[in-house]
Design a protein around this ligand. Structure first.
Ligand code: NAD
Length: 411
């Protein structure tokens, strides 16, 4: 079977993990890499292989990859995804899927239109202790998942935020601990509890005065299944300590995972030091297995390079999904649900009220004009649908020669 031709967009820290993961997969090869910095792209290609590009359009044209993996800063995920999807190339995007719901919708629409598979990285779903929870819940071992708890106590210092110019700013990162460090566990929480129906939350910046964004957030969730949830996530606790997702069932039995512990892991900077483990298991008749599960988890951690192994498992699943024409384990819609959850927490904090999900997206429309030569120009943006249609009618009634049309904006 021919190897899947994969390209990486963004040659920064997480891209190194993807390159190592790809190198470990016999079914894939890295054919091209792209970064706006020519130096970075070339140095990365020299180290990991593939042709170096600074322009994604040129990469798609010249290297003809089957799939691209996008590892650029969050607000830039959408543009690259849409460009690749329009070229008929499958896309696996680093978390979070995007920084806004409008971007998520534009990406999902572009993937549907282009007939390509769109997935989002959430490699902790592939952790054995997380899979163990999912199997137990699906088998009905805790009854209805009734109470979902995610806590993360972690730490980032000022140097972390200055390490790349996009970090710590609303415009270029899209948010703080909720957007960057929490999507993994928010995804696990939603995967195990089901969709959220209502969210109340607050965020704060407790001890990072040099950055704009949240370093801490708390929230409560009412899930569509009637269950409740609680989130406490913080980068304000020295040193990075632990991150857990616990699911308590209506039967009174509980399952849980400690996804992260000990030294804070930063991709491309540090290695994962402690194994993810099952840390709570009160399934009737199985409670005595907690120690055995933990021993299994520690042994498994010793057999793999945990920093790259779970990315490799997810890339394998994604390429398998493309090959077999099935959904990947973490489809774009799951990434959208995470973006909706953190967007609802920000909105709840801003408006001091509970936010019902699904969130209603305020649609933005744009009016364009096409001249005799076929060139298209922006007339007015940021309009409601009604304003846009009125604007088109108004210009048309003036008898201009150009053609006017309204379109839903993708951002
Ligand atoms: N799954 C994980 O565990 C994990 C870990 C770390 C980072 N991430 C995610 O990966 C993404 C990148 O994070 P990072 O730490 O690697 O950041 P980084 O700053 O190290 O790398 C980003 C790279 O993108 C390049 N870039 C910027 N604009 C570009 C464009 N338009 N086209 C091509 N390249 C462009 C930058 O020059 C830089 O080299 C983020 O979405 C982040 O949340 C995921």
């Amino acid at each position: 079977m021919p190897k899947a031709r994969v390209a990486l967009v963004g040659c920064g820290k997480v891209a190194g993990i993807h390159a190592a993961a790809l190198a470990s997969l016999p079914e894939a090869e890295l054919v091209a890499v792209c970064d706006i910095s020519a130096d970075r792209a070339q140095a990365f290609a020299a180290k990991h292989g593939g042709r170096a590009f600074t322009d994604l359009g040129a990469l798609l044209r010249d290297s003809r990859p089957d799939a691209v993996i996008i590892g650029t800063p969050h607000p830039l995920h959408a543009a690259a995804t849409i460009q690749a999807a329009e070229a008929g190339v499958h896309v696996l995007v680093e978390k979070p899927l995007a920084a806004s719901l409008a971007d998520c919708d534009a990406m999902i629409a572009a993937a549907r239109k282009g007939g390509v598979t769109l997935g989002v990285i959430s490699q902790r779903r592939f952790y054995e202790p997380v899979q163990r929870m999912k199997r137990a819940i699906d088998a009905g071992k805790i009854g209805k998942p009734a109470l979902g708890v995610f806590i993360q106590y972690s730490w980032r210092d000022a140097a972390y935020y200055t390490s790349d110019p996009w970090r710590g700013k609303w415009d270029t990162e899209g948010g703080g601990v909720l957007v960057n460090q929490s999507p993994h566990q928010l995804d696990i929480l939603l995967w195990l509890m089901g969709p959220a129906a209502e969210v109340s939350g607050s965020w704060a910046n407790l001890n990072h005065p040099t950055v704009e964004v949240d370093d801490t957030a708390v929230a409560t969730i009412r899930f569509a299944n009637g269950g409740l949830g609680s989130i406490v996530t913080s980068l304000s606790q020295k040193p990075g300590i632990y991150t857990k997702v616990h699911i308590h069932g209506a039967s009174g039995a509980s399952v849980g995972v400690e996804t992260d512990r000990g030294a804070t892991f930063i991709a491309g900077v540090s290695q994962i030091a402690e194994p993810p483990v099952t840390d709570l298991w009160t399934v009737p008749g199985e409670d005595s297995q907690l120690a055995a599960f933990q021993a299994e988890d520690r042994a498994a951690f010793g057999r793999v390079d945990a920093t790259t192994h779970y990315h490799a498992l997810q890339i394998r699943d994604f390429l398998g999904a493309v090959r077999d024409n099935r959904s990947p384990l973490v489809p774009a819609e799951a990434g959208r649900a995470v973006v909706e959850l953190f967007s609802a927490i920000y909105q709840s904090s801003k408006e001091n009220r509970a936010i019902a999900l699904p969130m209603l997206l305020e649609e933005k429309w744009t009016v364009w004009r096409t001249d005799d030569t076929g060139n298209t120009f922006l007339v007015r943006g940021n309009l409601t649908r009604e304003e846009a249609l009125r604007t088109v009618a108004e210009f048309e009634s003036r008898g201009h020669k150009q053609t006017y049309f309204a379109e839903r904006a993708t951002r």
